[in-house]
Ligand binder design. Structure first.
Ligand code: AMP
Length: 631
């Protein structure tokens, strides 16, 4: 079938198209309506239908493939490697579900999961889905202040965590960060369920903290039936950064998400039951939710969950797993490939990679040299795909499962079925129909299945943030710049807002600024994203100190810079740590006091800052130029 026809039908004959896709999953009772868009921009999918994500990911496969691998857990940090069949996964998930129930967790309750990449994290997520609890997974790399704001917003009844994560052989204790986060949050969970990996000592709060191993062992052999949920019930929230310092809880449904994932595994990710999928992301990100846990399992595939670095014990570790488990589909981020590209290319030839059908890359722009290197090294198609936490699955890519089409270097591809993607002029809102014009990438509603339902607990914020930024039109803004060529392929040109993308991780510069400002000697700070060869972008801070006495020499500046970095590490986590903190006398501002972020960013990247007629004091930019000039 021609993809253009497939796409057109998904927009013009929406109900018929999605009713067909809905047959890819199991329903307890069928949907009564397909797309209900009576209250835009809130779209309800498959209302009246009842289903369950855990049923579709696990129980559904017990009949045909009980002994087939479902979850393959590999940690190059601890050396643990273990395969769970669908039957064993079913048992583990039921034990976890029973343990949660015994802590009083039921339908609609929130469970916050702050865990490293261990199999128990997958059990916890699926257990929540099973009993209708709403999980909120927080990336293990975040620290106490980031975690506290998420606890505050999600108000979880229970938090599931572990003693520690491990990265490159370095143990990162989670419990002290979690205890501090609970202390900072005005909401307190009733219970905390701790998985003890034996990596770091833990203090236990009597009455509140429980042991995962004990709690689940008590429910060995438990049978916990799936709670049949309405398709429009909430499955999970996942927090993401935006323009303000306060992260947004992206809220997703049950039925629409299950259908969207099942359809994407077939049409985009070429996944067949019985095959093995390997996504190198982390459960703390949306890719981890969609393409480590739910997507592959719903498709009846085995999924590899990997804890560790791509280059440890050596740069062949991922390829050795491809060979060993006959991986057919692999999903990673361009930064990881850039890391591998710096290693000995012989690692790519050391293993039998003939099972691999394609490598999917997403999360940040894919540059041509990286794409070419890996494409030549693997000899399989490299499929770039563009999407966001908000969408849950690709917005732009090539759906080779529908029609084989060439990819173009630098372009993630064309709008996916279900997505009515447009480019509009930033200030007039006018649609840009001619090719090669730069505009904001927007989506015309109704949004497809799997797309966020709203911002958790704040419908107004959802509407205001996403649907009211294009003048005169109700369109969803992706906050990305893009252009479209004559063949309809899109190219993403960076964010329109203050979100930066470090190694595929989305960070809000305002959150980092707030953290830096909490240092007693910082009067003011601006954080911008600066292009970086390896990570795509890094955060760079320009701070004005209150007391400059110690800053005359390099040693004094380094000391304060070190203190600020440590503060960000403790509050937000090392992912958010700026690459540099430069000290300036004043920040570049307009005469009305507005920070000139884009000019700062341009100068920090060695570019021309453009029109500066509104600047209060041009010497401020000159100082930044001199500070970064050396690099
Ligand atoms: P996140 O919500 O963390 O997945 O980040 C989403 C943002 O990452 C998008 O809005 C883009 O700015 C960027 N992004 C994701 N995938 C791609 C891609 N394939 N090409 C270019 N930018 C991307």
């Amino acid at each position: 079938m021609k993809f253009a026809d497939f796409h057109r039908r998904s927009i013009e004959d929406r109900d018929a198209f999605w009713a067909e896709q809905a047959r890819l999953i199991d329903w307890k009772s069928p949907p009564q309506a397909i797309c209900d868009n009576s209250r835009p921009p809130f779209t309800r999918w498959f209302a009246g239908g009842t289903t369950n994500l855990c049923h579709n990911a696990v129980d559904r496969h017990l009949k045909d493939r009980p002994d087939q691998p479902a979850l393959i857990y590999v940690s190059s940090e601890t050396g643990i490697e273990r395969t769970y069949s669908f039957r064993q996964l079913h048992e583990e998930v039921q034990k976890a579900a029973a343990a949660l129930q015994s802590l009083g967790v039921g339908r609609g309750d929130r469970v916050l999961i702050y865990m490293p990449m261990i199999a128990e994290a997958a059990f916890a997520m699926l257990a929540c889905a099973r009993i209708g609890a709403i999980h909120s997974v927080v990336f293990g790399g975040f620290a106490s202040v980031s975690l506290a704001s998420r606890i505050e917003d999600a108000t979880p009844k229970v938090i599931v965590s572990a003693d520690a994560g491990s990265r490159g052989g370095k143990v990162v204790a989670y419990k002290p960060l979690l205890d501090e986060a609970i202390r900072l949050s005005s909401h307190k969970p009733q219970s905390v369920l701790m998985m003890d990996r034996g990596l770091a000592p833990m203090e236990r709060a009597a009455g509140r903290d429980h042991d995962w191993a004990e709690a689940t062992a008590r429910h060995a052999g438990a049978q916990v039936p799936c709670e049949w949920l309405d398709a429009t019930d909430i499955s999970y929230t996942i927090y993401t950064s935006g323009t303000t310092g306060r992260p947004k809880g992206v809220q997703r449904d049950v039925g629409g998400y299950a259908v969207a994932l099942a359809a994407s595994m077939k049409h985009i990710f070429l996944g067949e039951p019985g095959e093995t999928y390997f996504s190198t992301s982390d459960i703390g990100w949306v890719v981890g939710h969609s393409y480590i846990i739910y997507g592959p399992l719903i498709a009846g595939m085995a999924t590899i969950m990997y804890e560790g670095l791509p280059i440890r014990p050596d740069a062949g570790i991922w390829w050795s797993l491809v060979e060993k488990y006959k991986v057919t589909g692999m999903f990673s981020a361009p930064t990881a490939v850039r890391v591998l590209k710096k290693q000995d290319p012989a690692f790519l030839r050391k293993y039998d990679l003939s099972s691999l059908k394609a490598l999917f890359l997403a999360g940040e722009p894919l540059d041509e040299p990286t794409a070419r290197w890996i494409s030549e090294g693997l000899g399989v198609p490299i499929i770039d795909n563009y999407w966001q936490t908000e969408s849950g699955w690709p917005i732009l890519t090539i759906a080779n499962g529908v029609e084989r089409k060439p990819s173009k270097f630098g372009s993630p591809g064309v709008p996916m079925y279900g997505y009515d993607v447009k480019l509009v002029h930033e200030s007039t809102g006018e649609e840009l129909r001619a090719p090669n014009e730069k505009g904001v990438v927007v989506i015309e509603g109704p949004t497809p299945p799997g797309f966020m339902q709203t911002v958790w607990g704040d419908d107004e914020r959802y509407v205001k943030t996403y649907w009211q930024t294009i003048p005169g039109k109700r369109l969803y803004s992706t906050f990305d710049w893009g252009i479209r060529d004559e063949d309809g392929y899109y190219y993403i040109l960076g964010r329109t807002d203050d979100v930066i993308n470090v190694a595929g991780h989305r960070l809000g510069t305002r959150e980092i600024e707030e953290s830096i400002s909490s240092h007693p000697n910082v009067a003011e700070v601006a954080v911008v994203g600066v292009a970086d060869q390896l990570k795509g972008q890094v955060a760079m801070a320009f701070a004005v100190a209150r007391d400059t006495t110690g800053l005359a020499d390099a040693a004094g500046r380094m000391k304060l810079e070190g203190e600020i970095m440590k503060l960000v590490d403790e509050q937000l986590g090392a992912v958010a740590r700026p690459a540099r903190v430069h000290f300036v006398n004043l920040l570049p501002k307009t005469r009305s006091g507005k920070l000139l972020r884009r000019a700062i960013q341009a100068v920090a990247e060695g570019r021309d800052p453009g029109d500066l007629t509104t600047i209060e004091d041009p010497s401020t930019l000159q100082q930044i130029k001199e500070l970064v000039g050396g690099k």
